[in-house]
Design a protein around this ligand. Structure first.
Ligand code: C2E
Ligand code: CA
Ligand code: CA
Length: 731
């Protein structure tokens, strides 16, 4: 331990240079030895080289700080050794020790890079002083080299980081000219850095974005901690239009804080004001644009879709209103498209739609909007027309342009088009109204035998509040494709809770909109005369299903079916109904026909005869929604009526303890007098049931016992009821 301490103390007391590697070169062994000895006496360690060649060999093997070099040597003189060192870039300090003192020899050695010169015979102190000086100079040199090296490494690292950035990194001077760019600009925009340095940034930026960029770069509120981000379109090399999108983040920089140095990529007189990065967001932008396009266009025909059409129509209406102008909305529906689609397949149908769109578009002016509204329907907006005549011309053109056959592969097909036209402001003030009325007008064309056009007029408007757009087509399809369901609501004995009858209530299982209730489609079915088909379907289904229950041992169960005024008013109503019952083999005495008071009052004579006929065949008649219509009680005893159905509003009144209850009292009392059955509708609570029971009301119907349900569920209820009756009888 002690020895080690002593050793390190001794080392610390030695001059720093004593750690240095010294090489002494002389071809005279005696002189060489005396130099080595002198140096080691003064604390220096030195290697000895006997002659120039030996020196060169050692110099290539070890790294020396200092070479004490004899000039005149036999094998290879000192000048040659220095040449060798220069060639090999050996950077040891050289002190020449020689007997030669001629000026030329000294200056030659100094020119070759020698640090100093010592004359033989030398003075020991002088020699040591020179050696010490040379070594400390060498050490300075070394640390300088080291700093240089580290700087170079650091610069390389930063350059690497900047150039490997996924973004363009740039700096702008106070005039907006590039004074720095990383090499990414080449990969992303095709320019070399050199090309852009010194050029104004506007050469890169889309013309329309230049002002925005200027504004941002000059914004006084931005700084390094609060940079500004903007999106700019940039031009790639050689393109006149900007075709790539970049997200630029930029902030002004404190130029004084950076003692910047010109290197490649940086212009010489750097006066950087703005530092920024530019990230290529073209792909994201394109994806966004596509999503946008998709949201507002039909991808098959690339036409605007319903949403975009409505948007444009809204704008056009505002504009037309402000300028007291007219505009036209056309609703186009292809004739015979379905045939093509069904016989040649969807792919051909798609091609036909594309071809049709193209032909239609060829008839339009700029500013008109043709859109695919759905299926084979198109809508067209003519935003500024001076008269109906303008729209008429276009309609004729559209019809004629579709007249020529379409070639689909080897097939030649013909389609026509029915066009309804609604002109603002006469045929509607709002977007929805115009579209709807154009649709209604189009249906009139279809009704007249297709392929033509028709302007909307008020007489066509059947029911403006009904949302009938497209619904009629749906309804036709529903009837064809059997989307109609019949649900049954039990009519229950108030005394023992047994099901005594069921009311058939139609439902529409719509493929997209789910289960629809009568209020959603019955008015339309009435208007479009589809009610006949619909009723037949309901009656048929109900007869079949209820008949099964009857033959399953529920012989007494009554089927109540609703009939609309138009059906009952039909001259052959009775015959048709009887024929249907016959056809379905359904016992007439189990059917109850529900009609409203209003139907009867419209034509009392006629109705009286019809009802007599039905009753003669055993069919029961119920007055639906009793109390809400004429409430003229005088007709009741003249007609063969069996049941009064007390309207829900009065039953609701029971709960509230209002007038409703009084009316129920009156109706029930009157019905008793006339020996009519009573069915209270819309019974929802035990309280209501109790009240009605006490009043002597025999039958109830309502959510208290359950809503209308599918046949299977009612079938189950009936079976359960039969079994419990058997059990209680047995007991
Ligand atoms: P409605 O003949 O008065 O039928 C009773 C309506 O009241 C049914 O509505 C029924 O679901 C509902 N309801 C039953 N119990 C309650 C209750 O406790 N509370 C409340 N709030 N409502 C109750 P739905 O099925 O929507 O039928 C509406 C109307 O549509 C019927 O009124 C009927 O006039 C007509 N309708 C239904 N099916 C047919 C049909 O096949 N042919 C014809 N022509 N009309 C039908
Ligand atoms: Ca009813
Ligand atoms: Ca009713």
């Amino acid at each position: 331990m002690k020895a080690m301490n002593g050793d390190s103390a001794k080392q610390a007391s030695r001059p720093i240079e004593s750690n240095a590697n010294i090489l002494v070169v002389d071809d005279e062994p005696r002189l060489l030895q005396s130099l080595i000895t002198l140096l080691s006496e003064r604390g220096f360690y030195a290697d000895a080289a006997l002659g120039g060649k030996a020196a060169c060999q050692l110099l290539t093997q070890r790294d020396y700080d200092l070479v004490l070099l004899d000039l005149r040597m036999a094998d290879m003189d000192g000048h040659q050794v220095m040449d060798f060192m220069n060639r090999r870039d050996i950077r040891a300090a050289t002190v020449v020790v020689s007997g030669e003192s001629s000026f030329s020899s000294v200056s030659r050695a100094l020119r070759r890079g020698a640090y100093d010169y010592i004359k033989k015979p030398f003075d020991a102190d002088e020699l040591i002083a020179t050696v010490t000086n040379a070594l400390s100079k060498r050490q300075l040199e070394r640390s300088h080299d080291d700093v240089q090296h580290r700087l170079r490494k650091s610069e390389e690292l930063h350059r690497y980081i900047v150039n490997s950035s996924p973004d363009i990194v740039f700096m702008l001077d106070s005039d907006g000219r590039f004074c720095f760019l990383n090499s990414k600009v080449e990969a992303l925009l095709g320019y070399s850095c050199g090309e852009l340095l010194g050029r104004h940034f506007r050469h890169l930026v889309d013309d329309q974005d230049v002002a925005k960029a200027m504004y941002t770069f000059q914004d006084p509120n931005i700084n390094a901690t609060n940079p500004r981000t903007i999106e700019l379109r940039l031009k790639t090399r050689g393109s006149r239009k900007a075709n790539r999108h970049f997200e630029i983040t930029a902030f002004p920089m404190d130029g004084n804080a950076l003692g910047m140095k010109a290197t490649d990529g940086v212009a010489d007189n750097v006066d950087a004001q703005i530092y920024g990065t530019a990230r290529d967001i073209t792909e994201r932008k394109e994806a966004e644009a596509f999503i946008n396009f998709q949201a507002y266009h039909d991808l098959l025909t690339r036409l605007p879709n319903r949403a975009l059409f409505k948007d444009r129509l809204n704008l056009a209406i505002t504009h037309a209103r402000r300028n007291s102008q007219k505009l036209a909305v056309m609703f186009l529906d292809l004739d015979r498209f379905k045939v093509v689609n069904d016989t040649l397949g969807h792919a051909m149908g798609d091609r036909l739609l594309q071809a049709v769109s193209q032909r239609l578009e060829s008839c339009l002016r700029r500013g008109d909007t043709l859109s695919r509204f759905g299926g084979d329907e198109f809508t067209l907006l003519l935003p500024a027309i001076s008269s109906h005549e303008d729209a008429r011309k276009i309609a004729r053109k559209l019809i004629s342009v579709l007249k020529a056959p379409f070639q689909l592969g080897e097939h030649e097909v013909f389609v026509g088009v029915s066009i309804g036209i609604a002109v603002f402001p006469d045929a509607g003030q709002s977007m929805d109204q115009l579209i709807q009325n154009a649709d209604i007008a189009m249906y009139h064309v279809k009704g007249r035998g297709k392929d033509g056009y028709q302007f909307f007029n008020d007489a066509m408007s059947i029911n403006n509040t009904t949302h009938r757009l497209g619904l009629e087509r749906d309804l036709r399809r529903a009837l064809e494709q059997n989307e109609m369901r019949v649900f049954y609501q039990p009519q229950v004995s108030a005394i023992d809770g047994h099901i005594v009858g069921v009311e058939a209530l139609v439902r529409w299982q719509h493929p997209e909109r789910g289960l629809l209730y009568p209020r959603d489609f019955l008015p339309l079915a009435e208007e479009t005369k589809l009610i006949g088909d619909l009723s037949q379907l309901v009656l048929g289904t109900a007869c079949r299903e209820v008949r099964d229950w009857l033959s399953d041992g529920n012989q007494k169960v009554r089927l109540a079916v609703n009939f609309s005024p138009s059906q009952v008013e039909h001259p052959r109503f009775v015959q048709q109904l009887l024929a249907q019952l016959d056809h379905f083999n359904f016992p007439a005495e189990n059917l109850e026909v529900e009609i409203t008071e209003n139907v009867i009052m419209n034509d009392l004579e006629q109705m009286s005869r019809k009802l007599q006929e039905l009753a003669a065949h055993g069919i029961r008649i119920a007055i639906d929604d009793f109390g809400t219509g004429y409430s003229s009680l005088s007709y009741l005893h003249r007609l063969p009526i069996h049941t009064l159905k007390v309207d829900q509003t009065f039953i609701r009144g029971i709960r509230a303890g209002e007038d409703g209850a009084c009316i129920v009292n009156a109706i029930v009392a009157m019905a008793h007098g006339l020996r009519l059955d009573i069915v209270a509708e819309g019974v929802e609570t035990a309280e209501q049931l109790q009240y009605l029971r006490e009043l002597g009301c025999q039958q109830v119907q309502g959510f208290y016992y359950g809503p209308a349900r599918p046949a299977e569920e009612i079938g189950g209820l009936l079976t359960g009821q039969r079994q419990s009756v058997r059990i209680s009888k047995a007991g």
